[in-house]
Design a protein around this ligand. Structure first.
Ligand code: NDP
Ligand code: OXD
Length: 321
C-alpha cells in the first residue's frame, strides 16, 4: 500500500525515550505528517497517539483520539492505567523485535550451557582450566508464551540444536515443537524443562508465576545440576526474592533477567551482585525508531482506508494482551 500523508494528527507520548527521534520517523517519507511531541501537543484534535509509558491520564486528555499505537510489544503499562481510553490499542509486531529477542535468548542460553561466565572469571585470574560442557541437544528449553516472540525464539533455539518445548494459554495445533497448554499442561511442561524462557505478557493470570513453587517443578537433573531461568517477558512475572532463594539453594543453577518490577532494578537488590545472575536493563529487544514508526504509518494508512477492521495486532483487553 502506498503511504501518503496521514489525515489525522499524530502525538508522540514516550517521555522516557528520545521523542524527537520518534517524531522525525513518524513525519513520513516526505515529512508531510502533522506530528506533535508530548507535552507540547498544541491545539486541535489528535487522532493517533504513538506511546510508550505515557504519563497516567495523558491519553484521556486528548481530544478526538481514534487509535493508540504502542511502540513496543507489551501493553501492560496501558492496561494497568484505568484512564486509558476504550479505543483500539495496536501493539508492535515486527520481525525486527523477534529477531532481537531471538538473539538475546540464544545468547543467554549459550552463556549458561557453554559456561561463559566461569571462563570469564578464570580469564580475569589468568587461569587456564578446561571444564567439560554438554552440547545444546542435551538441554530441553521450555518457552512460556508461544506467541509472536516465543515462536521465533523457538526456531532460533531449534536451529542451534536445543530440544525445545513450549507452553501457552491455548492449544497449538500448528507448532513445530511439542506444546503444552493451560494449567493442565504446566506440570508436564516444567518436568521436561532444563532452561525456562519466559516470554509471557504481564496479566492478572501470569503475575508472580515465576515463583519458588514453579522453580521446584523444573527438571534439575540436567548437565548444569539445576535449572536455568531466562525472563525477557515482564518483571511482574517473577518474584525476585524467590529467584534469589532458588539460586542460593541450587534449584536454579543460573538466571538471566532482562525485566523487573519496578524498573530500574532497585540498587539494593541482591540480584545485582549475585554470581549466578545475569542482569540486563530491559534491553533484550529494543524498539527501533525506523522499523516501528514505519509499521505505525502503515497501520494508519490501512485504518484511514478501511477503518478499525483494517488494523492488525489490536490488543484484546479481555485477555489482557
Ligand atoms: P503474544 O501476545 O504474541 O504472545 C503471548 C503468548 O503468551 C501467547 O502464546 C499466549 O498464549 C501466552 N499467554 C498469555 N497468557 C497466558 C497464560 N495465562 N498462560 C499461558 N500462556 C499465556 O506476545 P509477544 O510474543 O509479542 O510478546 C510477549 C511479551 O514479551 C510481551 O507481552 C512483553 O511483555 C515481552 N517483551 C519484552 C521485550 C524485552 O525487551 N524484554 C520486548 C518485547 C516484548 P496464546 O497463544 O494461547 O494466546
Ligand atoms: C516491550 C518492548 O514490550 O520493548 O518490552 O517491546
Amino acid at each position: 500500500m502506498t503511504i501518503g500523508p496521514a489525515r489525522g494528527t499524530i502525538a508522540v507520548i514516550a517521555p522516557n525515550w528520545n521523542q524527537a527521534m520518534w517524531a522525525e520517523n513518524l513525519a513520513g517519507p516526505e515529512g508531510g505528517n502533522d506530528v506533535r511531541v508530548w507535552p507540547d501537543l498544541g491545539q486541535g484534535p489528535i487522532a493517533y497517539a504513538a506511546v510508550w509509558m505515557p504519563p497516567p491520564g495523558a491519553l484521556a486528555g486528548l481530544d478526538g483520539l481514534e487509535v493508540i499505537f504502542n511502540l513496543g510489544a507489551g501493553v501492560d503499562h496501558l492496561l494497568n492505567d484505568r484512564t486509558t481510553p476504550d479505543l483500539p490499542i495496536v501493539r508492535s509486531v515486527v520481525p525486527d523485535l523477534a529477531q532481537r529477542m531471538g538473539e538475546y535468548v540464544a545468547l543467554q542460553a549459550l552463556t549458561h550451557t557453554r559456561l561463559a561466565r566461569l571462563y570469564d572469571a578464570q580469564q580475569r585470574r589468568g587461569e587456564w582450566r578446561h571444564h567439560p560442557h554438554a552440547p545444546a541437544g542435551a538441554f530441553t528449553v521450555g518457552i512460556m508464551g508461544y506467541g509472536e516472540l516465543g515462536r521465533h525464539v523457538s526456531g532460533v533455539l531449534e536451529a542451534i540444536g536445543f530440544d525445545v518445548v513450549a507452553w501457552s494459554r491455548t492449544e497449538k495445533a500448528d507448532a513445530s515443537v511439542t506444546c503444552y497448554a493451560g494449567s493442565g499442561g504446566l506440570d508436564a511442561f516444567l518436568g521436561r524443562t532444563d532452561i525456562l524462557v519466559a516470554l509471557l505478557p504481564s496479566t492478572a493470570e501470569t503475575r508472580g508465576i515465576l515463583n519458588r513453587d514453579l522453580f521446584a517443578r523444573l527438571r534439575r537433573s540436567g548437565p548444569l545440576g539445576g535449572a536455568v531461568l531466562i525472563n525477557a517477558g515482564r518483571g511482574a512475572l517473577q518474584v525476585d526474592a524467590d529467584i534469589v532463594a532458588a539460586l542460593d539453594d541450587n534449584t536454579l543453577a543460573a538466571a538471566s533477567l532482562d525485566v523487573f518490577d519496578p524498573e530500574p532494578l532497585d540498587p539494593a537488590s541482591p540480584l545485582w551482585s549475585h554470581k549466578k545472575a545475569v542482569i540486563t536493563p530491559h534491553a533484550a529487544a529494543d524498539s527501533s525508531h525506523e522499523v516501528l514508526a514505519a509499521d505505525v504509518l502503515q497501520q494508519i494508512a490501512a485504518y484511514e482506508a478501511g477503518g478499525r477492521s483494517a488494523l492488525a495486532h489490536v490488543v484484546d483487553r479481555g485477555r489482557g494482551y
